[in-house]
Write a protein that binds this ligand. Structure first.
Ligand code: BDP
Length: 615
């Protein structure tokens, strides 16, 4: 996406104002698909009201609203003060899922594809200064094989559309993250890149400020780095440079120290723009089978998560973000993966503050459709591997953009230690190779810090069949031995099967760290059973114990992220009991019995568990 001052995280400073437009907005499902023809861009007519931000699905009491697929419209009014005239004025959406078209006072001013990243609409030419303005957003939540996440949309006999996700989470949608009105200077900072470097007990911060400057303007960029007490530790002039940080305090796992980096733009001594990022001094590196943070080996203890909660669906909720971090601290975790899409920006800000390590995941989930292919096979059609599909070139374009935009948004967070570029793709065909190469190259090109890249490997991809693993800097395995494979009474055989798979990986001599990014068992928080059965709380503990026994036996396993942090909503079906119940916590964020077991284990493992010096 083109860099604009409005895409930077919205902060009010001496030169910028960010005003929240969140609240109750008018809302209408476009059940007849007539919104455009009927001119809803000028006002959506008789409508409901719902909270923004939130997913719209779980407020209503009828199934048609919950399962609705198609266009949906939001409307609100906002005031632009007269003194904003002559400034850049934008509306910034944290996300509109999965796509949105924005109209201000009847004129279309922006379109955006992709439901988990921000975009901004320039309203300067359309705004009514000193008066009221009408903001209308047409959202759409259809799924396809050319957009992310991947799925399809079918038509029901009565004409309704139905979303068919190729992924295991509810297709929540709407305006799910905060909306802000921004007033920004015309000559503005459009980007700031920070690269921390460590050398012995010395630390450096390389920086680059990018600006949007009207032609011929003489600008001066300045940078100030402040410590947590607000004292200036170093200052610099110029748009690029390398700063030595005196007496550096490093950003460490669960012991974060943040420097505030102010970028300022001046003309003849007059301040035109200012903006800051909180940065941490830390390095991330893969060396052999070790993941090194600040040159020290670290073992990931954590979770795969979802943005998911009662009533708000995937809606932004600071309260849930706070509670989740408290639970992760309580249980002795140090990391999580933003499965299966980039989360709200505020999640990363809290991870920066709390010293959590984040594997930041692109919304590339569902690049696998065995089930549909299986039906085709029954119907006598040839099975088409996912990466052989005709839709691939278009999907790749969407995917590359999603990766580039995710990295542009999240590149400065000290908490982000790696990019996960896919979840469980069907990576066993030769045709996956060029696709993977393009996506992995794009991530490397986009990231000033050149962080490690990876993807979560599905059960069906094995040491001898995965074509994608050659691109990963470290290997992330999603494995359900003891659940989908050899569950319940067969758990002993599952253990053997897991060991034999790991022996297979070992024999490949990849010399890379491995992490388990998913393992676990569905568990009903009300079910106890002695002896255990699948779904009981006792069995969840047994499944975790079995996995951990195996992980402990292999030195190259350098991390364990249980699936999942909390129970979450999925589409209904015979395999899901009102959602996925693999949570260690319930959807209401209370512990299942396994949480206490896991707390014990996690607290007993040192942060540098299995480091060479520790073996
Ligand atoms: C994996 C997926 C995850 C699912 C999980 C499960 O990556 O999204 O929720 O399995 O089945 O395949 O619980």
């Amino acid at each position: 996406m083109k860099k604009t001052a409005a895409l930077l995280y919205p902060r009010s400073t001496a030169a910028r104002q960010a005003v929240s437009l969140d609240g109750m907005w008018k809302f209408r499902l476009d059940t007849q698909g007539s919104g455009i023809v009927d001119g809803w861009k000028d006002g959506i007519g008789p409508a409901d009201t719902i909270p923004v931000p939130a997913s719209f699905q779980d407020f209503f009491t009828d199934k048609n609203s919950r399962e609705y697929t198609g266009d949906f419209w939001y409307e609100t009014e906002f005031f632009v003060p007269p003194e904003r005239k002559g400034k850049s004025v934008y509306i910034r959406f944290g996300s509109v899922t999965h796509r949105g078209t924005v109209f201000v006072n009847g004129a279309e001013i922006a379109r955006h594809e992709g439901g988990f990243l921000p975009f901004a609409a320039d309203i300067a030419k359309r705004a009514n200064y000193g008066g009221s303005n009408r903001l209308v957003v047409k959202g759409n939540n259809e799924l396809s094989e050319t957009n992310l996440p991947v799925g399809r949309t079918t038509s029901l006999p009565d004409g309704r559309k139905a979303a068919k996700p190729y992924f295991d989470f509810f297709n929540y949608s709407g305006i799910q993250r905060p909306v802000r009105l921004l007033a920004l200077p015309k000559t503005a900072i459009t980007d700031l890149s920070l690269i921390p470097r460590l050398n012995g007990d010395k630390a450096e911060l390389e920086y680059a400020v990018e600006t949007l400057v009207e032609t011929g303007e003489e600008m001066e960029a300045r940078l100030s780095v402040l410590d947590e007490e607000g004292r200036i530790v170093v200052e610099a002039q110029g748009a690029k440079g390398v700063l030595a940080i005196p007496n550096p305090r490093l950003w460490k796992v669960r012991d974060a120290y943040l420097y505030r980096v102010w970028a300022r733009l001046y003309r003849n001594g007059e301040l035109l723009d200012e903006w800051y990022e909180d940065s941490g001094l830390r390095t991330v590196e893969i060396r052999g089978t070790e993941l090194l943070l600040n040159g020290e080996s670290v073992y990931l203890k954590g979770f795969g998560k979802h943005e998911d909660a009662d009533l708000i669906g995937r809606g932004y909720s600071l309260a849930h973000i706070k509670r989740d971090f408290e639970l992760m601290k309580w249980i002795g975790a140090n990391s999580f993966r933003t499965s299966h899409y980039p989360y709200a920006e505020e999640v990363y800000l809290m991870a920066d503050r709390e010293g959590f390590l984040v594997i930041d995941e692109a919304p590339a989930v569902g690049l696998f459709d065995t089930t549909n292919n299986a039906l085709d096979t029954v119907r006598g059609k040839k099975k088409v591997p996912f990466f052989d599909k005709e839709t691939l070139p278009e999907l790749l374009e969407t995917h590359l953009k999603a990766v580039q935009d995710m990295i542009a948004r999240d590149k400065n967070h000290p908490s982000v230690i790696a990019w996960s570029l896919f979840n469980e793709p069907e990576d066993t065909s030769e045709t996956a190779i060029p696709y993977f190469k393009a996506v992995f190259d794009a991530a490397l090109d986009s990231d000033p810090q050149k962080r490690p890249r990876t993807f979560a490997v599905i059960m069906f991809s094995r040491p001898d069949t995965s074509k994608g693993c050659q691109f990963s800097d470290f290997i992330c395995l999603n494995r359900y031995y003891g659940w989908y494979v050899l569950g319940g009474c067969d758990i002993d055989i599952a253990e053997q099967a897991l060991r034999s798979e790991l022996d297979g990986w070992k024999a490949q001599h990849l010399n890379k760290p491995f992490m388990f990014t998913e393992y676990g068992a569905d568990t009903d928080s009300g079910l106890h059973k002695l002896p255990s059965v699948q779904w009981s709380q006792e069995y969840q503990i047994e499944a975790l114990e079995m996995n951990h026994r195996v992980f402990d036996a292999y030195d190259f396993i350098k991390g364990e992220q249980v699936w999942a942090f909390a129970d979450f909503q999925t589409g209904e079906g015979i395999h899901r009991l009102d959602g996925n119940k693999k949570g260690i916590f319930t959807r209401q964020r209370q512990p299942k019995a396994a949480a206490f077991y896991l707390k014990n284990r996690r607290e007993s493992l040192p942060e540098n568990y299995k480091s060479r010096s520790n073996i």
